[in-house]
Design a protein around this ligand. Structure first.
Ligand code: PLP
Length: 394
């Protein structure tokens, strides 16, 4: 059956037909415990009643209107999103469909800001090695991992990758004459859950502020409560020890709990840079996605919900530390990686193939397993999944 798809994914022979909470069921009725959330997408699990209801209600009105006009649902969603992001310095939003599209928009915004203020030649965007920013030609150029760059050049010009953690290199790379922005994942996802150090982020914030270089965070995987705060970067401080404010933030993945959605969020400096005709997206702000996004924001953005994410993350980490075959475990909230002795792919394959009850895992590198469970997971499910993992690691 998979022969009709282009050969882009290393797929397992599993076809799902329905889901419920943290569980998915395949064509034979076998159940699987989901520790992946479809890569940080299904934040509220599967078949979450308020989400289903909100989307169904919107579907009964209309799915889509073009951006010549506005939908009430999309406007409410945008308002809620900016409200949630306001403590981090955000003023306005552009809605898109995906992470790559959000990062493309962010790069356009940063370049136009710099062009208007400083003229030509100050368009470079600095990103980090090990980063992942998307699969379009421009976001691949932004991605600091060589393995994604084979075969697809030439890439968009004006991207430089530096090592995270190295403040001296950062200081050199952030040239006020040529650089428009610094784009960072506070916690890198695809390269194995790698949080940036407090010193590095503080230095980045300070240098960016001094040289009017835009501080941009890609929160597509680590944002939306994943690490226990609405944005992961909110756990960091700026150069003066104050709460960190961002100039641009991108979101996608879990933003609409499983329906495609992305967002470019802009702070004071950049919120009025785009003018009519500068940017657009047919499906951006789609009402069905917005209806779902409203439920996501209303559900996750409370102190009680966010502290539960932190607590569950701690339960995961303390239990994983006791697994004998795990060499190292890293994590913040429900964003967890473990380096194992064997091949991660083999564990992932056996976890899915396991009789009666499978386990859905993710990887991030040859020997690293990654867990991004739905936020609605309970302690019993954590216990159950890790018992399966323990059995598979042997
Ligand atoms: C997944 C991801 C993207 C790309 O998102 P798409 O929706 O697949 O385009 C960009 N940045 C980060 C950090 C991601 O995890």
């Amino acid at each position: 059956m998979n022969d009709i798809f282009m050969n882009t994914y290393h797929r397992l022979p599993v076809t799902f037909t329905r889901g419920e909470g943290c569980w998915l069921f395949d064509t034979s009725g076998k159940k699987y415990l989901d520790f992946s959330s479809g890569i940080a997408v299904n934040l509220l699990g599967h078949n979450y009643p308020p989400l289903v209801k909100a989307v169904a209600e919107q579907a009964a009105k209309f799915f889509h209107v073009c951006n010549y006009y506005q939908s009430d649902t999309s406007a409410s969603f945008a308002e809620k999103l900016v409200e949630a992001a306001a403590p981090a310095g955000i003023k306005k939003v552009f809605l898109s469909n995906s992470g790559a599209e959000a990062n493309e928009g962010a790069c356009k915004l940063a370049r136009k800001y710099s062009l208007l203020k400083y003229g030509e030649g100050r368009h470079t965007i600095v990103t980090l090695k090990g980063s992942f920013h998307g699969r379009t030609i421009t976001t691949l150029a932004a991605t600091g991992q060589e393995r994604f760059h084979r075969d697809f050049g030439p890439f968009t010009e004006g991207f430089v990758h530096i090592s995270g953690g190295d403040i001296e290199t950062l200081d050199k790379a952030l040239d006020g004459k040529t650089v428009a922005g610094l784009l960072i994942e506070a916690v890198q996802g695809e390269s194995g859950i790698v949080p940036q150090s407090e010193e590095f982020i503080a230095a980045a914030a300070k240098i960016c502020a001094q040289r009017d270089i835009l501080l941009m965070f890609d929160e597509i995987q680590c944002g939306l409560g994943r690490t226990g705060t609405f944005f992961a970067f909110e756990q960091y401080r700026d150069g003066d020890g104050n709460p960190l404010k961002a100039d641009i933030v991108t979101l996608a993945k879990g933003l609409a709990g499983g329906i495609p959605a992305g967002a470019v969020l802009a702070g004071e400096k950049t919120c009025d840079v785009f003018t009519i005709g500068d940017h657009g997206s047919t499906f951006g702000g789609n009402p069905a996605a917005a209806a779902a996004g409203l439920v996501v924001l209303q559900t996750i953005n409370t102190n009680a919900f966010l502290s539960e994410i932190k607590r569950k993350g701690e339960v995961f980490i303390s239990k994983i530390k006791k697994l004998s075959k795990v060499k190292e475990v890293r994590g913040k909230g429900l964003m967890i990686a473990m380096d194992i002795e064997g091949e991660a792919w083999s564990v992932l394959e056996r976890a899915a193939a396991r009789a009666e009850c499978g386990l859905l895992l993710l990887m991030a590198g040859t020997n690293t397993l990654r867990l991004l469970p739905p936020y609605v997971i309970n302690d019993e499910e954590i216990e159950q999944g890790l018992a399966i993992l323990d059995e598979l690691l042997g």
